[in-house]
Design a protein around this ligand. Structure first.
Ligand code: ZN
Length: 172
């Protein structure tokens, strides 16, 4: 499997060609006689609602540094999405939730420069969480922001964040 549009075979290093399988062009290595299927990269997010406020984090580094998003992050390769969402929420905001307490709201796809991401999005009410909000990990800030301000565009939310907020019913 490939997460990005690769030029060379990950197994043998030969230049990849292409072959049509099931109606789409797929990367193919003629040396290995192997077709490389391309997949999106899973990521997760959690919408924490406190009445008319939603918990957002400001990204400290990487793409979108300084911009806002829901608490979010990638599962480890062997980690269930629900557990990843709870772990990332704790790392970025300090809040503690049981993975089983998260409600699945849906998934969204986002195209990035290197890979496409498929975000698996959860929801929980603030009253069902424990701990105090404090920014950590790759979050420079973590705070509850009024849904009205987010809807008006007063907060600089990155593209994937907007897709997640729409999926969670926070914005239209
Ligand atoms: Zn090969």
């Amino acid at each position: 499997m490939l997460a990005c549009d690769a030029n060379y075979c990950p197994d043998c290093g030969s230049e990849l060609g292409s072959v049509e399988v099931e109606g789409r062009d797929r990367a193919h290595c003629s040396s290995c006689d192997r077709t490389w299927w391309r997949q999106s990269v899973p990521t997760t997010s959690v919408t924490v609602r406190d009445d008319d406020r939603v918990l957002l984090i400001q990204r400290a580094s990487g793409r979108g540094a300084g911009r806002w998003d829901l608490p979010a992050g990638h599962p480890e390769y062997d980690e269930p999405a629900r557990e990843a969402a709870a772990r990332e929420l704790h790392e970025e905001t300090g809040l503690i939730v049981a993975p089983t307490a998260l409600t699945l709201v849906g998934t969204v796809l986002s195209e990035g420069p290197r890979a496409n991401y498929r975000s698996i999005n959860y929801h929980i009410d603030y009253s069902a969480t424990e701990g105090e909000v404090r920014a950590g990990s790759d979050a420079a800030d973590a705070r509850f922001i009024s849904v009205g301000a987010v809807r008006k565009g007063d907060v600089d939310v990155r593209k994937l964040g907007r897709l997640r907020l729409r999926d969670g019913g926070v914005i239209d």
